[in-house]
Design a protein around this ligand. Structure first.
Ligand code: SF4
Length: 300
């Protein structure tokens, strides 16, 4: 793999952005998108001390070559401690989280028992505080059957995000995305700009428009000790660069997708969930009050 200088990588990115006049820029340029993005993305750009991304467990039923994180052993989530800490903070006078997410390091739907326990706590808190954050959950979609989707809706999940690339855009997972439409306020596809998926990503665009997907988040592959060798084997000429983490340069793929969505007038938003998003999400930039972000998020 070739390591790009940050000047080269950033300049290429910014030039590609300049070529699309319809792009919208928020959060001092960290958030580049078309359309109103999911409210679940708010905590990436605006500091919320009560937001939690709840890790459910490290096992996964798939094995993506680009998976950026793998525990050797299935992780033991300290459920009791986390729940105690959630209950404690919910008693603070200004407790009002804007969003709570479930993700993994693994596949969350393998851990329905854990999700049930967390949501029971949050539903009790909701009654006491008379306010509700936006609850959203990531999945590769394989286990997202009608019964599971119905249960997630009943537990109070507002949005579900499908990682379609994980199953190589399998027909069964598309069926599950379609099923999910009627159960959630927001339906999102969040899948990476993995160059070998380019054709499938373009084929996806009209399919998810017909399903009624609301948001598309295209992530940038993070290159880590867990996936570096596998990526180098598949893409020996890949270009990588350093930003918040080490990232695989997508050669403008996310902007090709945005142009196509604009050309075909698809109704969903598309977010470039790239290194600059990670930089604000995980770094001190979020502590700064960026420009007014009202109007950035879809209302539900
Ligand atoms: S679905 Fe997610 S957790 Fe599972 S292997 Fe793929 S990237 Fe990793």
């Amino acid at each position: 793999m070739k390591l790009l200088s940050i000047q080269e990588a950033y300049t290429r990115k910014f030039k590609r952005q300049e070529a699309i006049k319809e792009l919208q820029y928020h959060a001092s340029g960290h958030c580049v998108h078309i359309g109103k993005i999911s409210p679940g993305c708010g905590s990436c750009f605006v500091y919320d001390r009560y937001h939690r991304n709840l890790l459910t467990g490290a096992k996964c039923n798939l094995n993506c070559c680009y998976c950026f994180y793998k525990m050797k052993e299935p992780g033991k989530i300290d459920l009791l401690n986390t729940i105690t800490s959630i209950i404690r903070e919910s008693r603070e006078p200004h407790y009002r989280p804007t969003s709570i997410s479930f993700s993994g390091g693994g596949e969350p739907l393998l851990y329905m028992k854990t999700i049930r326990e967390y949501m029971k706590v949050y539903n009790d808190i909701k009654k006491e505080t008379k306010g509700s954050p936006w609850f959203y959950l990531y999945t590769n979609g394989v286990l997202a059957t009608k019964d599971i989707l119905e249960e997630l809706r009943d537990l109070g999940i507002d949005e579900i995000r499908f990682h379609l690339g994980a199953s190589n855009f399998s027909k069964d997972v598309y069926k599950n995305v379609s099923l999910a439409r009627k159960y959630f306020k927001a339906l999102t596809v969040e899948t990476p700009a993995w160059p070998p998926h380019k054709t499938k990503l373009f084929e996806m665009l009209p399919i998810i428009e017909d399903i009624g997907v609301d948001h598309v988040n295209i992530g940038e592959i993070e290159v880590t000790q867990y996936n570096r060798r596998k990526i180098a084997k598949i893409l020996p000429d890949a270009e990588i660069y350093q930003c918040h983490e080490m990232h695989l340069y997508d050669n403008g793929l996310v902007y090709d997708i945005m142009e196509e969505a604009l050309r075909r007038k698809y109704s969903y938003s598309v977010l470039d969930c790239n290194c600059f998003v990670k930089s604000i999400q995980r770094g001190p930039a979020k502590m700064i009050q960026h420009e007014n972000l009202r109007g950035l998020f879809a209302g539900y």
